[in-house]
Design a protein around this ligand. Sequence first.
Ligand SMILES: Nc1ncnc2c1ncn2[C@@H]1O[C@H](COP(=O)(O)OP(=O)(O)O)[C@@H](O)[C@H]1O
Ligand SMILES: [Mg+2]
Length: 249
Amino acid sequence: MSFKTQSKDLPTPNPVLQVTNLDVYYGESHILRQVDITVFPGQMVCLIGRNGVGKTTLLKTIMGLLKPRRGQVIYEGQPITQLPPHGRAKLGIGYVPQGREIIPRLTVQENLLLGQEALPSSMGTRSVDKLDQVFELFPVLKTMLTRMGGDLSGGQQQQLAIARALMGEPRLLVLDEPTEGIQPSIIWEIEAAVRRIIQISGIAVLLVEQHLHFVRQANWYYAMQKGGIVASGPTEHLSQDVIGQFLSV
Ligand SMILES: Nc1ncnc2c1ncn2[C@@H]1O[C@H](COP(=O)(O)OP(=O)(O)O)[C@@H](O)[C@H]1O
Ligand SMILES: [Mg+2]
């Protein structure tokens, strides 16, 4: 697979994430079939596909919330297939699940500080500096520090969920439908923030997304159908055909 921002003369960088030959079952139902994906540092990679094809199942397996029957998850060259979720978080994989899951009865500030739990205590930027960085990305959060998470709008909760994941200083950020059910103006803000995160920190982002404009911001797409990857390529090659087939728009 080529890396579009990479010139031919430079060596290909090592992938931040490699998923190889993954088979995942729920009980006896075979959900993921021989899934292979690769994400390079600094890339935004988008997973597309209609409802129920297995996108969330793939992200959960990458995060260690589901165990594959076959195949490997390799992070920065190291197999992590046997690591529990918190071990993966410690290694630098941040995750925002579908439906966000911020903690409604904690304040915005408490939710944010929880995001640092993944970091080994001796490491990491000071909390205040880290908070300043996330407020730059999501200014609305700064005005709401003492509000309960549950009192925020859906869009604000999503911003909080992404900000919380960033507090753990991930090198790979995994987002499951960050704009689902969110009003258009906030979709733009989230999209811009994700682009900016990659620009300023150079981390990689793997996301599931349905909004075409957002999908097109990615470097690379993988399209899923019935638990398998059936198409992939640079997002500028996404034709109307492919879009019609794989996005529920
Ligand atoms: N907890 C579960 N138990 C059994 N089957 C599930 C469970 N969660 C999802 N599935 C099934 O797995 C398939 C893939 O689901 P999912 O990964 O959530 O799809 P997507 O995120 O692409 O909409 C669907 O057929 C769904 O019904
Ligand atoms: Mg899903």
